[in-house]
Design a protein around this ligand. Sequence first.
Ligand code: HEC
Length: 288
Amino acid sequence: MAGPRKIHLLCGHIRQFLLLYISLSVTLTTLGAPVADAGEQNWLPPGSTTELRRDPPPEFIRKGTIRDEKWLYGRLLFRSPSLLGEKAVRIGLSCNSCHPNGHVNTEFYINGLSDRPGRIDVTHRFWQAGFEDKMSNPIDIPSLRGVRETAPYGTINIFPDLHAFTRHVIVTEFAGPSPTPEKMEALVAYLNSIGNNGLDEDQSIVQTSTDMSYLSLLRAPLEDKGEAKLNELIDLIRSDLGRRANMPNAKGDTLRRTVTGLKEINEKAAAKDFTAALMIYQELMARQ
Ligand code: HEC
């Protein structure tokens, strides 16, 4: 069961570590450069691992899930540190860091907070005043497979549904920007689609590819000339490509070409030349 308080405390730790390890010289994954100069490791205590370094566990999506743009957007947000705010951006922490493909990151380890990988010590001196129990008490990161069936959520503050719980995690616990209703709906649609391991006879599952393309999300804002939405999506997609570039077996050339195309779309849209932007988009789609 989820513990919003625990997550909150965990965030407290992360904040503390950020204060200790922030260095102005470290640049974020710049949008134009798919390969990050400085990984999240630089922002964390030495020996910490917040991203899986091997192939992620398979992603099980319930059969019958309509993989429309809302779902695709939700999947992208689940993998985006920007959802959790500035501090998460610095260490590259997203929902997917702890729950890769909706399962568990058994390698997640923050030196000083984890007794072993896949677990987090939430009883630590960096807890906020009043919460500390002075005991070492790491907890397992849970899998989100079949999470739609496990309501209510939370151990201290109980939330009746995924929508309320997720909003609380983002805004209160991770101090992220208040998500728009559109973002919340998309994220919850994605969470609801995460299936279990298929042992349940009703639970047919569909396995997805790890390098799913989000480019189709750009079509609507390109056609509607929605520049703000377009920029938001391009930022999300570019940083997703940046993270992929750091994965084993990354297809560097393809990623780079896509990033260049996105940059061009951005430039054309900024110059209000949506016709040219749409053409670049179509070329990119044709090469997918
Ligand atoms: C730093 C690791 C970490 C990150 C990042 C994280 N979680 Fe979790 N999540 C946990 C832990 C640990 C628990 C278990 C809390 C408990 O048992 O008290 C949990 C529990 C949950 C649960 C409840 C599962 C259940 O069956 O009760 C949901 C849903 C969830 N997380 C979704 C998310 C979403 C959505 C995000 C991104 C907005 C996210 N988490 C980000 C570590 C993380």
